[in-house]
Design a protein around this ligand. Structure first.
Ligand code: FES
Length: 372
């Protein structure tokens, strides 16, 4: 019989969200919708301390993300420090701001891995969903990454607008020399939640896209590994979000708020500790926020007695909050949840005239954020 752990293990993964600044305005951005209201960014010295403390705690992988991490002039310095103390270093970027000089400096600093996001195979849709003209810049970033000997790891967020282009997106990735392509259907947090009814695909679109992916997998074999991530709303069981709250993931927001998950800022009543005020090890092991949903003692029915609670950990707390108003409820994606019907209806009503409000996409921007 499984027992509750007495003390959590160390975090494995530090996500350093260096900045909320971003040249793009994606309608599916997972950053908080009120990001413009958060405080000043941590300075270089504080980030160095945070990175050192997380490594000391046991974290082995670091992701530099944002916003767009290339907006920070000290990115190379932070990468160099993280690498020097033994982190495996990842840059998660839109590619905007990556030029020959910067990638050379990042390489010299010891950067191990780059994940580049692409939005579509067409200039029109790339530019529409990001509300920018960045298609050519992203292609150039991909070429630079390849030319500097990095594996080509591409990520494309899918939604109702680009799902019909999945074959062309794969072709584009192959042309760019992709070793790995993650086709991740939109998950509904942050700006994506604001635009959920506009971005939600139909079940037919998803089936078709997955069939296309499978055809390509057969055709190209090991040349490029393609991952296809189905949106939660189309599942019957929840994902093990963050692999369990406070179990492996430690995020730090640009203003120093420590995050047990990407979307933790949206949870009501959760006082997030700040790395400016509390040591990282205390944040990880002792803070109320990181202990709030650790283990299984916080669970209600139907999770509490569910055989699968050790596998899915009750699903996603943020999704539970957004869809039920209770962050300790079962994730409504689970068909055992009394709120599951809401998820089913959201999917069924997608794009049905009269069932959802027709309105334009709300793009991530400072003005729109300040208006939240
Ligand atoms: Fe917060 Fe899933 S995103 S628990």
């Amino acid at each position: 019989m499984l027992r509750e752990p007495t003390r959590p293990g160390a975090p494995l993964w530090l996500l350093a969200e260096l900045t909320y600044r971003c040249p793009l305005h994606c309608a599916f951005c997972y950053n908080p919708v009120d990001y413009a209201r958060h405080g000043a960014e941590l300075d270089t010295d504080t980030w160095i301390e945070v990175i050192s403390a997380a490594r000391k705690l046991g974290a082995a992988q670091i992701g530099f993300s944002g916003g767009e991490p290339l907006q920070r002039d000290d990115l190379e310095m932070l990468v160099e420090h993280a690498r020097a103390i033994g982190f495996y270093t990842n840059l998660i970027t839109s590619g905007i701001g990556l030029n020959a000089a910067r990638i050379e400096r990042l390489k010299l600093a010891g950067l191990d891995h780059i994940q580049l996001s692409l939005q579509d195979s067409t200039r029109e849709l790339n530019d529409f969903v990001t509300s920018t003209r960045t298609f050519a810049l992203k292609q150039e970033a991909a070429r630079l990454i390849k030319a500097h000997g990095y594996p080509m790891v591409l990520n494309c967020v899918l939604h109702r607008y680009n799902l019909p282009h999945v074959a062309q997106i794969i072709e584009m990735a192959l042309d760019l020399g992709a070793d790995y392509l993650e086709l991740a259907n939109t998950q509904y947090y942050g700006w994506a939640m604001l635009n959920r009814d506009q971005l939600m695909p139909t079940a037919e679109q998803l089936v078709e896209a997955e069939e296309t992916v499978n055809r390509y997998r057969e055709r190209i074999g090991g040349r490029c590994k393609i991952l296809f991530v189905v949106p939660d709303y189309f599942e019957r069981r929840p994902k093990a979000c963050m692999n369990g709250w406070g179990s492996v993931f430690l995020g730090v927001a640009p203003d120093g708020a420590a995050l047990p998950c990407h979307a933790a800022r949206s949870l009501p009543g959760l006082v997030l500790p700040n790395v400016r005020d509390m040591p990282i090890s205390q944040i990880w092991y002792e803070s109320d926020a990181f202990n709030a949903f650790r283990g299984h003692a916080w669970m209600r029915e139907p999770c509490r007695d569910c055989d699968e609670r050790h596998t899915d950990h009750g699903g996603c707390r943020c999704q539970a909050w957004m869809l039920t108003g209770d962050p300790a409820a079962a994730d409504p994606v689970c068909e055992k949840s009394p709120h599951h019907e809401q998820v089913v209806q959201t999917v069924q009503f997608a794009r049905q005239p009269g069932k959802v409000e027709e309105r334009p996409l709300i793009f991530r921007s400072r003005e729109n954020s300040l208006a939240r």
